[in-house]
Unconditional design. Sequence first.
Length: 367
Amino acid sequence: MSSKPTERLVLKIGSALIAPMQDGCRSANLLRVAQFIVDARAQGKEVILVSSGAVAAGSHHFSNAKPQTVAVKKAMAAAGQTAMMSMWDRFFDFPCAQLLLTHADLRHRERYTSIRQTLFTLLEQGILPIINENDAVTSDNLKVGDNDNLSAMVAAAAEANTLVICTDVDGLFDKNPHTHADANLIKEVYHIDSSIIASCEGPSSSVGTGGMSTKLEAAEKATSHGITTFIVNGFKDETFKALILGENPGTQLMPYEKPLQEPIHWLTHTAAAQGELIVQPEAIEEVSEGGSGLRCDEIQSVEGDFSAGETILIKDEQGKPIAKAKSNYSSCLLNFITEHQEGLFTSQMQDSIGPIISQQDIAVLEK
């Protein structure tokens, strides 16, 4: 773990730890987690807890609800969230705070900035932020979908040093340890490549929503922001004892040597594209290599409906995504421009409106 004087740590706990039998919250697995949080704070670390389990904690109240529709699961989340927060609050003699988030909150820049300010203020006051996705109200197009990726987005927003993702195995293996006796634990990962991703075989728990693949997605988000990430077994006492001692009890994923800056990281890993721009071939290299941004005469076509300031994808003629960026203008205006790209008019338009996308607002996806 980081040796910085003031370390900020995000700890993600899954549904299988909170409510393993899906019949309400169980404290047996969580006492060691709570003690770790207490010990980490005693070492001077600032801790943020991302806690799944609301649906699993509330499901026993709906045993007669058949079938389990989306509306029923939302109601389960609403009922279970209060039980989950009440349980966490009983473990600590310091105050806790609840933050329920959706992807819509995180991908909207102004709301994202507000979340950051709230987190920083809570930590300054010694209050433990406890975060979960707002399953009771979110819809498919507005949700993150799993708390592994949510924890990575929160870690980036909070400028954390370390992310610890708890699961039901000892870390990342070269094969699924539940089905392969000869699976070997991978202690350190310096780059998440195709061979690492291929070792994942989906969820291992019937309670949770994410498998090892989502944990690797989360790790990529976190390490690209310079955040050391651990995937560990949350069911073992020795896991948390090792973490407190600064040891690696599972798999440690190393941070990028040159992390993405916060605005570019947000564009790459958190913001959701609301539309697309297909651009001229000569503009691709300029965008990829850090040119002066994107001009109106470099646009071939506009897809989707977006406003000025929203995130879009930049694609080449073959439809390959090149970058994500913040558009300086709406799709309505850009459509008008592409329909009038003739001679002097385009030059006059370019001079008057400036770049369609500014270089500092471009996040290149692949070089």
